[in-house]
Ligand binder design. Structure first.
Ligand SMILES: [Zn+2]
Length: 121
């Protein structure tokens, strides 16, 4: 799903610029130069309201400015991984717990043995 968000951004920018670029060379005034910068971004923003969406809950993949450059691998609404299989809530909780423990350990925060989970990370 992340590749779809990146594809949307790149393809919209490139295709709209490819259409507008000859117009810029033909007419070459300042208004068209502004269009080359504004219209691709506007078209991409409009398309992102409809596509891509989470395959599990239908939430928008692109929700804010950060998602245009680095879309999250997980849906912020249902927490499923966009390109992965469906996981039960318990699996998602365990995954998030392990991730939190890993980040805390990376920062040097002391972690109790019980908090490390069943794998003993
Ligand atoms: Zn979702």
């Amino acid at each position: 799903m992340r590749w779809k968000a990146r594809l949307l951004s790149a393809a919209t920018m490139a295709s709209t610029a490819a259409v507008l670029w000859p117009l810029l060379w033909k007419y070459g005034d300042r208004d068209l130069r502004v269009l080359v910068g504004v219209v691709p971004a506007l078209v991409a923003w409009i398309v992102s309201m409809f596509w891509p969406r989470c395959p599990f809950c239908g939430e928008h993949v692109i929700r804010d400015r950060v998602d245009w450059l680095a879309p999250s691998p997980d849906c912020p609404n249902c927490r499923q991984t966009y390109d992965g299989p469906y996981r039960a809530k318990e699996e998602l909780d365990a995954r998030d717990h392990e991730e939190a423990v890993r980040l805390l350990a990376k920062r040097g925060v002391p972690i109790s043995r019980e908090s490390r989970g069943r794998d003993g990370m």
